[in-house]
Design a protein around this ligand. Structure first.
Ligand code: FCB
Length: 451
């Protein structure tokens, strides 16, 4: 790739998946804490009580990021850590944790990218209906104001939501994620209220943070029909409406995709669409694989089918199709005309420590090499991609899969909590360092990773 001045190389994590300290220092339950308590919802009965213990080991983690030569680090705030009841009384001890994290990042010359919501709604708000309750737009705006005023002197990059399609569809439509609701009306209300909350948060951030750079983080991936059957083709269009368009369309164009417009209409009040479509500064993309879709009798009439046998897959069966990533970047570029930041991309692999104490994760390196090459092709073809964040910095708590799936470029021994950079961490550090030598806007500062 011809070097892009100021291209941002980073890594992403989320609060629930790494922090631990789930019930320390005033943090209250999130919907995920509660959801996971019911039997059978997580592999091996894992819990996120300790996770990577990042709450206590953040300084070591920031030092690792610095060794990698990262420009930026994307994390999320745990809403129930700073506002245990979701609204009202503030938890100063919780707020102070993010002060320490942000200050450590800045001292290491790593730009903090703050995501307001990565799925861990305070349970206290779920008890009031959660995303199904229209009042949540006000609760979310108040939470955003708290975060903006506290950290906006040091943080300028803000994302409103991470993957709203996943937590609404899986959490309120299909019942596979917290809070475990499976109901058509719940799903459609949640979609609209998340969109409203996004618009309100953008307004708050613009007002309260001087120089804020704001976006939302969306999944987008091609939805291919599993077979040539017309029913599968129709199902693929329906899934694409929920998965790819239900949030970016109203946020960018003030309208819902035609496939779901009628279902959402009962919840739209006059003025809502204008309130949702507030101008943002960039499009955040999370992308791993394309979907292969088949018709189903579930409430969206579509489900995830198998990829054709010819498609390579990762250790956890996710299709590996770098061309679909390039196609997605070009599609976003054409439709939304915004700078794009890839805020999640990566793969789970069967990582094991070898006799020398190393993790030779060749599969992950192959994946990252192919996907970053696809991104570079999209840039050459004109897509305005300005940054790439690998998912994830650390092996972490992968929702319903618990600790059974490892996505990190740094291995975490979940018994001792020791961190060991994998071969992919070294590969990533070298890639960043090499790009930087070609980047007229930055000095070369790549470092050798120890461990
Ligand atoms: C994304 C989520 C992230 C992680 C990765 C593997 O859907 O945003 O938290 O689970 O997938």
């Amino acid at each position: 790739m011809t070097a892009r001045p100021n291209f941002v190389w980073g890594a992403s994590t989320s609060a629930f998946q790494i922090e631990g300290a789930a019930h320390l220092d005033g943090r209250a339950d999130s919907i995920w804490d509660v959801y996971l308590r019911a039997p059978g919802r997580v592999s091996h009965g894992d819990t996120a009580e300790v996770a990577c213990d990042h709450y206590h080991r953040y300084a070591e983690d920031v030092a690792l990021m610095r060794e990698l030569g990262l420009d930026a680090y994307r994390f999320s705030i745990a809403w129930p850590r700073v506002l245990p009841h979701g609204r009202g009384a503030v938890n100063e001890t919780g707020l102070a944790f993010y002060d320490r994290l942000i200050d450590a990042l800045l001292a290491a010359e790593i730009e903090p990218w703050l995501c307001l919501y990565h799925w861990d709604l305070p349970q206290a708000l779920e008890s009031l209906g959660g995303w199904q309750n229209r009042d949540i737009a006000g609760w979310f705006a108040d939470y955003t104001a708290l975060v903006a005023r506290r950290y906006g002197d040091r943080v300028k990059r803000f994302a409103t939501f991470n993957e709203p399609c996943v937590f609404t569809l899986f959490g309120y439509g299909l019942g596979w994620h917290a809070p475990g609701v499976a109901d058509e009306a719940a799903l459609h209300k949640a979609i609209h209220h998340v969109n409203l909350s996004h618009g309100r948060a953008v307004d708050v951030l613009r007002k309260d943070v001087i120089g804020a750079s704001i976006g939302a983080i969306h999944n987008r991936q091609p939805c291919y029909p599993c077979t040539a059957h017309p029913a599968d083709a129709a199902a693929a269009l329906r899934l694409a409406a929920y998965w790819n368009d239900a949030f970016p369309f109203p946020q960018a164009f003030a309208s819902y995709p035609p496939e779901i417009e009628e279902a959402i209409a009962p919840y739209i009040a006059p003025g809502d669409l204008a309130d949702i479509a507030r101008p943002v500064d960039w499009f955040g993309l999370n992308h791993y694989s394309p979907h292969y879709v088949k018709a189903d009798t579930n409430l969206i009439g579509a489900s995830f089918g198998p990829a054709p046998d010819s498609v390579p897959r990762s250790a956890i069966g996710w299709p590996v199709v770098p061309d679909a990533f390039r196609e997605t970047l070009m599609d976003i570029h054409r439709r939304f005309r915004l700078p794009i930041y890839v805020l999640e991309n990566g793969t789970a692999a069967d990582d094991a420590i070898d006799a020398a104490g190393h993790i030779q994760d060749e599969d992950r390196i192959r994946y990252l090499r192919a996907y970053t090459a696809a991104m570079e092709q999209a840039i050459v073809a004109g897509a305005d991609v300005r940054g790439y964040f690998v998912w994830s910095l650390l092996d972490n708590f992968e929702w319903g899969a618990g600790y059974s799936q490892r996505f990190g470029i740094v291995y975490v021994d979940h018994g001792t909590l020791r961190r060991i950079p994998k071969a992919s961490a070294q590969w990533y550090a070298e890639k960043i360092a090499a790009k930087r030598t070609n980047d007229p806007a930055r000095p070369h500062n790549g470092r050798k990773i120890e461990g």
